[in-house]
Design a protein around this ligand. Structure first.
Ligand SMILES: *Cc1c(COP(=O)(O)O)cnc(C)c1O
Length: 431
């Protein structure tokens, strides 16, 4: 498969190069030149496939010339050691639980596939790869976990000091080994900027083999498309239009859904559910993309003021706003609305949603109000409610059970290096 840079359609690379580089030399993001369609037979028989079967079928369709079947099978088997069950709320609303991986959030899917893929591509090289990640919480822990103890690879994480939850911080800072956590005195946007600058720095480029593992890396994005197919396969009946509500920040998850749709998955609409960081919803309304400084919310993994996958989506639609609006709906919600939604979902359906899933629920409700009809609707539940225990308990009036893996992590000692929010601070560590 070939991928082009969003900054220049003629700048094309192989999958391997896109995965190792992360970001194009011209600063653009990689987008597939074309995507193959899944065969009809795949969709006709999809209900007999489990997540690993689907992951193998879809990735083989795209990567058969890049990774031998046997290796691809190994990658899938090692990456997806957990599943993604679809839970009905009522007759037409479902929740896709994406939090059954080791760090209890959906980013495990992308991070683990990327880790396995990179280690496959780097197995014959002598220089170590350094994975550089800016995280607002959940990316970092998923990436750190995915790469933990993978030989030939070091991980450097940047997270904004005081702006991630206690649990997130423990997950980021307690692994040790080949994982270094940098506590940046600044915002998530500062962390993201520092990473971008590091990738463009000549000296670093010549001395360190850097790669990214954010939703910037295509190999993080692509495996997230598998669970959209898997959600579809678990529907009771597939004869009503399918809608996905996607709690969104950097828009990587949404982009993965669009990839699944391009490969033939029959999706009527994607809903980009946003907290007060409403840049993408404003874009769909006004046609102007205007990044802002991010604001803090209780769904903090979505606190993004300059969503990095915007230009991927833009180029997937050739910049055509109207065709984008045919496929994507977007709406933003306040923390107060999110709190109320947590209570409502529990009282109405007996389901405990985390704040991100609650924003997904709100956006779906809004869509159904504006466009009433019969749908198969699926809300992506991106994190385990235990990661946001206090907020969930306060607003649902019930207690949240903490999974044992999380209890263990909370008991470990935090190890981080405090750095200021500029490139020089990062460089002195990397060099
Ligand atoms: C990262 C994250 C999101 C946002 O996903 P994007 O791909 O950045 O849009 C939503 N919810 C949770 C729990 C996350 O960790």
């Amino acid at each position: 498969m070939k991928l082009y840079s969003t900054n220049n359609k003629n700048n094309q690379v192989s999958f391997k190069e896109a995965v190792i580089k992360g970001i194009a030399d011209d600063g653009g993001l990689y987008v597939p030149v074309s995507l193959p369609q899944m065969q009809e037979a795949f969709f006709e028989r999809i209900e007999i496939l489990d997540l690993q079967d689907i992951a193998f079928a879809v990735s083989r369709r795209v990567l058969k010339e890049e990774i031998p079947d046997y290796e691809l099978f190994k990658i899938i088997r090692s990456a997806f050691t957990f599943t993604a069950p679809l839970k009905p709320l009522d007759n037409d609303k479902n929740i896709l639980e994406l939090f059954h991986g080791p760090t209890l959030a959906f980013k495990d899917f992308g991070a683990r596939f990327l880790a396995e893929t990179l280690s496959f591509f780097n197995q014959d090289e002598d220089q170590k790869l350094v994975i550089l990640v800016a995280t607002s919480g959940d990316t970092g822990s998923a990436v750190a976990n995915g790469f933990y103890n993978v030989s030939g690879i070091d991980v450097v994480l940047l997270y904004p000091s005081g702006k991630v939850s206690k649990i997130q911080e423990q997950q980021l800072t307690t692994l040790g080994g080949n994982v270094t956590a940098l506590e940046v005195l600044g915002s998530f946007d500062d962390c993201q900027r520092m990473v971008k600058e590091a990738f463009n720095d000549k000296e670093l480029k010549s001395k360190v083999k850097l790669t990214s593992a954010n939703s910037i890396n295509f190999a993080r994005l692509f495996p997230q498309s598998f669970y959209y197919h898997y959600a579809y396969s678990q529907l009771e009946r597939r004869d009503m239009p399918v809608i996905f509500s996607v709690p969104s920040g950097n828009l990587g998850n949404l982009t993965a859904g669009l990839i699944a749709r391009k490969m033939g998955l029959p999706v009527k609409k994607f809903i980009a559910a946003l907290n007060s960081n409403d840049v993408f919803a404003n874009y769909l309304k006004s046609g102007t993309f205007q990044p802002k400084t991010s604001v803090r919310t209780i769904s903090n993994a979505m606190d993004v003021g300059n969503p990095s996958n915007f230009y991927r989506i833009y180029s997937m639609f050739d910049g055509n706003l109207n065709s984008m609006k045919e496929v994507i709906f977007s709406q933003s919600f306040s923390d107060n609305q999110t709190r109320q939604a947590i209570g409502e979902i529990y009282n109405k359906y007996g389901y405990l949603a985390d704040p991100h899933g609650a924003v997904g629920y709100l956006a779906l409700k809004e869509y159904l109000k504006e466009y009433p009809g019969y749908y198969n609707s699926i809300i992506l539940e991106t994190a385990h409610p235990a990661k946001f225990k206090d907020i969930v308990e306060e607003n649902s009036g019930t207690s949240v059970e903490i999974p044992e893996s999380l209890v263990k992590c909370l008991e470990k000692k935090k190890k981080s290096i405090v750095v200021s929010n500029n490139l020089d601070a990062l460089k002195s560590i990397l060099l």
